[in-house]
Design a protein around this ligand. Sequence first.
Ligand code: SF4
Length: 313
Amino acid sequence: MEIYRTEDGKVTKYVHDDGSETSIKHAIAEDCGGNYGKVTNKFNVFISSSVGCPIKCKFCYLTMKKFPFRNLESAEIVSNVIDAIEDQVKVYPELKEKYVKLSWMGMGDPCINFMKTIDSTDMIIRYIIKQKLCKGIDGIDIGTTMPLTTDKGSILYGLELFNVFMLDFPRNPLRTAISPFRIFYSLHGTTSIRKDLIPKSMDLADAWMELHTIPPNQAKVIIHHMLLNGINDSDHDIKDLLKLMKHLTYKNDHQLRILRYNSCTNSPYVESTRFHEIIKQIHNNIPDVKVQASPGSEVKASCGMFLLGDSIG
Ligand code: SF4
């Protein structure tokens, strides 16, 4: 396993022998622009569900790099994550007094095999709590495109199981949500643009129906959307996005988050030059919209964007 740490030690990337990566990021008080808010009694672990990814989103670094895909078994995922957490806690023993957030936002899509994600999460949590490597659970974030292979009803079924498992574990007292789960759905387009950007994902209408079935006591649903120059940032695109969000009839406490694009070598995409103007327009219609730097902007490690950056060494 290769280990890369930022100079301030707040972010570490672990490159495992199988080629997949785990990143660990400490919450720090100043980091309240997006992911961490004021909850600083936690640390985040970004997990890869596979080596490479078969979804092949066109904006993803793995696709551009033609990173070879290999499925990982639960035992391999669990072992990778535990190796990373054990190293982290050895270097920063104070983390044992913090709560852990597990973010399935590394390589791969955790909904390709949601039951495997459940099993792996359960095994990781049981181990780290038994070994006293953390104080309890802050949350479980699942980033997904809703792959073509997603069985109808499988996500809700999995969440129901997941939430029962979670009753066994101590939760961060600073979190008030009933469920520790959040589903982050990668939208990035409301028309055929989405199918073009994320070819191996379910049609938007089908994915939308699945997301509608998830009640707030099972998971909060958050829509992730990037604004790419000349791709999905025309007036018409934004009108469609607003219309789609307006017609969301979730029982869920849904939320729209605009995700900053992590540009990378060879990418044909850049963030919209109209970014600020569009955010203003969205904000006028959806006042609680959030703009979020990718969780991996420092480690270049959000969903698929696992770059070995200059800032890490
Ligand atoms: S962005 Fe995520 S789902 Fe898409 S190809 Fe990359 S790792 Fe896979």
